[in-house]
Ligand binder design. Structure first.
Ligand SMILES: [Zn+2]
Length: 166
């Protein structure tokens, strides 16, 4: 499967949003583009669109939902910049960084689902998942943390390829 690329700053931003939302879940939208890099497809995240968790406060600790209107708006804005909605990120407070049954039941194919585990308010593992529309199971997607040098290309790794891959 194609890896997903996050700059160190965006990786850190997801961790920070997750920590700040603790003990609730944070959630947001991944904006970027799928490009070819050295013969393979890579998914580059250009920016994040932090979302408001659409669930009531007493539900936010274990599930997230992005307002469909916010999602539609994000699709429009991204398209205007030649980008696309690549997926979503959310946190798992005091739970492992793997998709829950809820996540699987509400997941769509194509999109990347980035999950950061927040343990007692501190960022732990971050993983990414894509739903296989044949098996309806999530498959793990490699996260590469590196600087993005220009609109299409990908720069040399700043701190080691796959440093955050799990
Ligand atoms: Zn989840």
């Amino acid at each position: 499967m194609n890896p997903i690329i996050l700059s160190p700053a965006l990786f850190k931003q997801i961790e920070t949003e997750g920590a700040n939302a603790f003990p609730n879940e944070c959630c947001g939208i991944l904006i970027g583009s799928d490009v070819k890099e050295a013969e393979r497809a890579v998914r580059i995240v250009k920016r994040l669109l932090p979302g408001k968790n659409a669930f009531e406060a007493d539900e936010q600790y274990h599930r997230f939902s992005i307002d469909p209107r916010a999602q539609l708006q994000a699709e429009r804005e991204a398209a205007a910049e030649g980008l696309a909605v690549l997926g979503f990120y959310h946190s798992h407070p005091n739970h492992p960084a793997r998709p829950s049954d809820y996540d699987r039941d509400h997941g769509w194919p194509f999109y990347s689902y980035v999950i950061v585990s927040i343990q007692d308010g501190k960022p732990d593992l971050m993983t990414s998942w894509v739903l296989n529309d044949q098996s309806n199971e999530f498959e793990k997607q490699e996260i590469l943390v590196k600087e993005i040098m220009d609109a299409l290309g990908v720069g040399e790794s700043a701190d080691g390829d796959g440093g955050a891959a799990m």
